[in-house]
Design a protein around this ligand. Structure first.
Ligand SMILES: CC(C)(COP(=O)(O)OP(=O)(O)OC[C@H]1O[C@@H](n2cnc3c(N)ncnc32)[C@H](O)[C@@H]1OP(=O)(O)O)[C@@H](O)C(=O)NCCC(=O)NCCS
Length: 209
């Protein structure tokens, strides 16, 4: 039986990383990417940009599945807007999990979230909708990641950490067990977070509070 086709919304660097995971996952056939007008007909790892955001309503006639492949560091706004638009248009956004990742059968992964190569999502962890759990990130037991977050490459969320919606945790950063980050926080790369952070906090070190 042929695989269901999926369109990828976003044609930048993060899209390339997603393509590799989707190919390995093997559940979907990538029909093409959705980009900005200047990207039309460009090729990305062998897949063309077939349309722009404005064409999404028409694409619902041909495609049931979509996935957001725009990256996220400074703001979650682009990913949130595209995710909500895709849902409102009636696309289904599956969870994509790399075969090399470990997702506990006691963990949950939301719609449109991706768990990339070598990541570990341990027992009782919960990942919301439209999240990126990037390569080799670790979510320990009971960790919660609300919707629209990016947990970057090699970041560690220790047990029962709570990450508020729309937050970003940089590469290699470690969040102490039980810590809560409010919504839309940014944690830079390579840092240790030992205290709770308020919503919209921008944490780049000196955590003596
Ligand atoms: C936090 C971050 C988003 C801020 O980006 P920005 O707004 O462009 O700000 P800058 O990088 O210019 O940083 C401004 C200052 O904040 C401090 N700072 C920023 N990030 C820091 C970090 N991770 N550790 C320590 N200090 C940091 C520094 O004092 C820096 O000044 P400097 O560049 O003169 O040293 C960025 O530094 C960062 O960490 N990005 C994450 C990278 C990453 O993990 N990518 C993963 C993709 S999968």
């Amino acid at each position: 039986m042929s695989k269901p086709k999926i369109i990828l919304i976003g044609a930048g660097g993060h899209a390339h990383a997603c393509i590799d995971v989707i190919e390995q996952d093997g559940g979907y056939q990538i029909a093409g990417l959705i980009g900005v007008p200047e990207e039309m007909n460009t090729q990305h790892l062998g897949y063309p940009v077939i349309a722009t955001d404005g064409d999404l309503p028409q694409l619902t006639k041909d495609y049931q599945y979509a996935f957001i492949t725009v990256g996220q560091i400074q703001t979650p706004d682009h990913r949130i807007r595209l995710f909500q638009q895709a849902i409102e248009l009636g696309f289904q956004l599956p969870a994509i999990i790399a075969p090399s990742a470990h997702v506990s059968c006691h963990a949950t992964i939301g719609a449109g979230a991706i768990v990339m190569h070598g990541a570990i999502v341990n027992a009782g962890a919960r990942v919301g909708n439209n999240c990126i759990i990037n390569t080799r990130a670790l979510l320990e037991h009971g960790a919660t990641v609300e919707d629209h977050c990016h947990i970057s490459t090699g970041a560690i969320l220790n047990g029962d950490v709570h990450i508020g919606a729309g937050s970003f945790v940089g590469s290699g950063s470690v969040i102490k067990e039980g810590i809560t980050l409010g919504e839309r926080c940014i944690v830079g790369m390579g840092l240790s977070v030992r205290h709770n952070q308020a919503a919209h906090a921008r944490f780049v070190g000196n955590d003596n509070s």
